[in-house]
Write a protein that binds this ligand. Structure first.
Ligand code: MN
Length: 248
């Protein structure tokens, strides 16, 4: 099982969650929201090579944390995974949009110099702008649009620009999410939860709840759940391979 976007440090008892992930032999991408949080979050999973910690600066915090871009650049040589980063054009976040863009551009310029980074990207109410930025920094990363909520044209464009997509139970519960999902290339899909932010039946999703997507995808693709899981595992291996090839 793979959870490609999860905020392990934000659960009320992160060590317990990490231990359960370990017992279940899960692969988890533990995303952070500030550069300062990276070291501590990484310590949470010390010694578990199936849990990677990504270096992030969440767009909703960009206006408060832009000064941590120096820390971002210092850590970057050690971080193969980047996120959560991106843009948020929602009405509560719009007033800091200019600062969000400055921060996102700085990050893309830095990762373009570093090369080969896998980046998990937030694009709520901002899909077109995120795609514009990625177009301006074509070698900045291997982009994964997490919980994509753009429209069909934006999706088409994202596919043409080489984006990957991580999808979770909360996204696939909505008809709109499923309609987008069926138009995403099957070889560029990875599973995620976005826990504990994302909820399911009133409870925060745990990383292992990622298995809730397999039955939904199985129906939408007309493939067995086992085939779906194998495909997602293959996709995951492929994106790692692509990243490695770029770095070398
Ligand atoms: Mn998130």
């Amino acid at each position: 099982m793979i959870d490609m976007h999860c905020h392990l440090d934000l659960y009320s008892e992160p060590h317990k969650v990490v231990n359960s992930c370990r017992q279940k032999n899960m692969y988890v991408l533990s995303v952070t929201t500030t550069p300062r949080a990276w070291s501590g979050t990484r310590m949470l999973v010390n010694g578990n090579d199936r849990i990677n910690t990504s270096l992030g600066l969440h767009p909703q915090l960009a206006h408060e944390r832009y000064k941590e871009l120096d820390i971002f650049d210092d850590i970057l040589p050690k971080a193969r995974f980047i996120g959560e980063v991106g843009l948020d054009g929602g009405k509560n976040n719009r007033r800091h949009y200019k600062q969000q863009k400055d921060v996102f551009r700085h990050i893309l310029a830095s990762t373009q110099r570093a090369s080969g980074r896998i980046m998990t990207i937030h694009s709520q109410y901002a899909a077109s702008d995120v795609l514009d930025e990625l177009e301006n920094y074509p070698d900045a990363c291997i982009p994964i649009l997490h919980w994509f909520t753009g429209n069909k044209n934006e999706l088409k464009r994202a596919i043409l620009q080489g984006c990957w997509f991580s999808v979770g139970p909360a996204m696939l519960r909505t008809k709109r999410g499923r309609n987008l999902f069926i138009n995403m290339p099957r070889d560029r899909i990875i599973s995620e939860t976005d826990g504990p932010f994302a909820m399911f039946n009133g409870k925060p999703l745990m990383p292992w709840n990622v298995n809730l997507v397999f039955s939904v995808i199985s129906k939408l693709w007309g493939e067995s759940e086992k085939a779906v899981q194998e495909r997602i595992l293959n996709n995951f291996r492929n994106i790692l391979k692509i990243s490695k090839n770029v770095i070398v």
